[in-house]
Design a protein around this ligand. Structure first.
Ligand SMILES: Nc1ncnc2c1ncn2[C@@H]1O[C@H](COP(=O)(O)OP(=O)(O)OP(=O)(O)O)[C@@H](O)[C@H]1O
Length: 278
């Protein structure tokens, strides 16, 4: 049997410099709040565990403040776990915690193995640069230097996103949906093994959203990508993901197949979320 691409084990992230003795024992029992009533530390994530298998789209769903961004930040090396670990099969064969990687190894992993798509394309794209330039820039960061090869690959990625004819168009002049697709092409520039999607279609018009989701699905299948999708939108989750975890105040309250979570949710919180989304 194949190994998981990503294994997250008992991952916790605490914000706040002065936790109370014994790692905020008052936090152990409650899923109501992420804030320790004793010391005031915020537990953005608490004991989160899951595995993501090769070629699957794995969902992380929850309301605002559930800890979704904190999880992405740790996968992307922008935050360090307070305890627990992430293992990635592309680094030390998944046998050593990912956050043991050196600064240089982290940079290489971020440039080559990992692609990330944010809700707001401005976080990743340079608006004054052409669409192709934004894709090529990421290849340069990974050490590629051959202009002809980079242009040809960038064109291929943009073409995948149905933007092959916009290669030399300034990104600023593109529509919101097109910018998002440039961001996806950029994330795919170095053929990553793992794609992180952080609310990739939130804020887009419904028809644009549907087209973007279709393209994500198509490219995921064609490239055999492993995808972690963070969303608060059950419609997006159902369209893309097969399995998911439900986060509340930093804890996993339920996990399983998306169809089961939506049709027969077990946790009262999932029931509430699903019923309010219908
Ligand atoms: N730097 C920080 N300092 C203190 N608390 C923080 C910090 N960053 C996040 N938090 C808190 O951690 C918890 C989880 O935040 P996070 O941003 O991961 O949630 P989220 O599910 O992504 O929500 P949203 O969709 O609103 O971004 C929240 O209670 C948040 O207020």
């Amino acid at each position: 049997m194949a190994n998981p691409v990503i294994r997250v084990e008992n991952l916790s992230l605490r914000h706040g410099a002065r936790p109370c003795a014994g790692n905020c024992p008052a936090m152990e029992a409650t899923t109501q709040s992420a804030v320790c009533p004793v010391c005031g530390a915020v537990w953005a994530l608490r004991d989160v565990s899951f595995e993501v298998w090769p070629g699957e789209i794995f969902g992380i769903v929850g309301e605002s403040g559930a800890g979704k961004t904190s999880l992405i930040d740790m996968l992307d090396f922008r935050a360090e776990p307070t305890s627990g670990a992430i293992y990635y099969n592309g680094w030390r064969e998944g046998k050593q915690p990912l956050h043991d990687a050196s600064a240089e190894e982290r940079r290489a992993l971020r440039n080559s193995d990992l692609g990330i798509v944010y809700q707001n394309p401005r976080r990743a794209l340079m608006m004054g640069m052409s669409a192709g330039g934004n894709v090529i820039e990421r290849m340069l960061a990974a050490g590629e230097r051959h202009i002809g090869r980079m242009r040809s690959r960038a064109h291929g990625h943009l073409d995948h996103m149905e933007l092959g004819d916009r290669m030399d168009v300034e990104t600023m002049t593109l529509s919101a949906g097109m910018r998002q697709r440039v961001q996806i092409a950029r994330a795919l520039a170095n053929r990553p093994q793992v794609l992180l999607l952080d609310e990739p279609t939130t804020g887009l018009d419904l028809s644009v959203q549907a087209r973007t989701l279709d393209l994500i699905r198509k490219v995921q299948r064609e490239l055999g990508l492993t995808v972690i999708l963070v969303t608060h939108d059950w419609g997006v989750l159902r369209l893309l993901a097969r399995r998911a975890i439900v986060l509340k105040a930093g804890r996993v309250v339920e996990s399983g197949m998306v169809t089961q979570l939506m049709e027969d949710p077990q946790a009262p919180y999932t029931q509430l979320l699903v019923s309010s989304a219908l």
